[in-house]
Design a protein. Structure first.
Length: 388
């Protein structure tokens, strides 16, 4: 179980959703929080009450991890309230970037190259150099650069710092979040209801009646088998669930050269889709669903395979950890008490890494980022030391 936040941009006030996953990897909303503060600073005011309400319903309830999609959220508050790991979620960064690229740049080759570079900006140790390089190379893409400067440049440091301090969740739950987000948008925030968007009473009413009943109906049909023909096809078909139906043999991957991977279509065996930048949050596929800016099942499937086969590079958090460890080994403290303290910290970190590996196996963590044979940043990244 995880919690996640969603902020439809058409609302004046943020709407946070607590989601859980069912056996088909669908994200089911179990609580909504509406606040008047959009910067996440008042999270401490409602987090405690939310935990109390949950425990009152079921004292055994324990989340595995909590995904934050806003680095300004106080991770410590969430961690203390839920007593679980907090992961940073890059889903809405990815979605905003790819959808803007698709709208503002007209050539697919340029779109995917820019998307790959944007990923490098986030994962590079020398962020400012990477941003400058990105803006120089694609200087002619004026419409996107104007958007990037205005919307992302001011908050990029916050995101990069977030990635250095929090582990990043992997893409499988992102696909379920996207499916929830699209459903929320289509059911609640369609143009017909635009006049009501500013009314909190309308939002509370619609969420707790119309929207809630959709999920109740899905669960009812699932449990009883009745009215299956009336279910919405999209509900059980989020990209995470659909990716699990693709056989490994349908993925053509050259582990020596991972610039592109091919995945055969399940419906048309003569057709294979191409995935660029595989294994990364910034992977892009040429299937119709991906070309709309969505996370497709092919990208998710390839991401799972890359992770399982360990054909990717350490995350930014792992790089930062490794550097701290190396500097500690190179400058061993003279004071035995300080040394004991440092060893204790390293031991705790090893336990944390073991816990994160367990989460990764359950699909809730992105431990690795992509391998690119000709990456310009490859030199700055070294393999993790063996820890025994
Ligand atoms: Zn695809």
């Amino acid at each position: 179980m995880i919690g996640a936040a969603s902020f439809p941009p058409c609302l004046q006030y943020p709407l946070c959703t607590l989601l859980v996953f069912d056996s088909c990897q669908n994200a089911i909303p179990v609580a909504w929080v509406i606040t008047s503060n959009s910067d996440g600073q008042d999270v401490h005011k409602w987090m405690g009450s939310l935990v109390e309400r949950i425990r009152a319903k079921d004292p055994r309830w324990r989340p595995n991890a909590f995904l934050l999609d806003d680095p300004s959220f106080k991770a410590l508050t969430v961690r203390e309230a839920f007593q679980c790991r907090v992961l940073l979620c890059l889903w809405h960064v990815r979605r905003s970037w790819i959808r803007s690229l698709l709208k503002k740049c007209y050539n697919f080759d340029v779109q995917r190259e820019m998307f790959k570079y944007l990923g490098r900006v986030l994962y590079c140790m020398r962020t400012m150099d990477a941003i400058e390089e990105f803006m120089q190379i694609f200087v002619d893409q004026c419409a996107f650069m104007d958007y990037f400067r205005a919307r992302w440049l001011p908050s990029l440091e916050l995101w990069v710092n977030g990635m250095r301090t929090l582990p990043v969740s992997n893409q499988e739950p992102h696909a379920a979040l996207e499916s929830y987000h699209l459903r929320l948008k289509s059911k609640l925030f369609n143009e017909l209801q635009a006049a009501s968007w500013l009314r909190v009473d309308w939002l509370v009413h619609t969420l707790t009646t119309e929207f809630h009943s959709l999920y109740w109906f899905e669960q009812y049909t699932e449990e009883t088998g009745y009215f299956r023909n009336l279910r919405e096809g999209s509900f059980s078909n989020n990209s995470w669930y659909r990716a699990l139906l693709i056989p490994d043999d349908d993925v053509i991957m050259d582990e020596e050269d991972l610039r592109i991977v091919k995945v055969f279509s399940l419906s048309d065996r003569g057709l294979a889709y191409t995935i660029w930048n595989p294994g990364s949050e910034f992977a892009l596929c040429d299937c119709p669903w991906s070309r709309l800016g969505n996370l497709c099942k092919h990208v998710i499937k390839v991401g799972i395979l890359c992770r399982n086969r360990h054909v990717a590079r350490p995350s930014l958090a792992a790089q930062t950890y490794r550097q701290a460890l190396l500097s500690l080994l190179q400058n061993l403290p003279d004071d035995p008490i300080v040394l004991d303290h440092a060893i204790l910290h390293v031991t705790r970190m090893q336990q944390d890494i073991k816990g994160l590996e367990d989460l990764s196996n359950s699909g809730l963590l992105q431990p690795l980022t992509p391998v690119e044979a000709n990456s310009q940043i490859a030199d700055s990244i070294l393999p993790l030391p063996q820890l025994h």
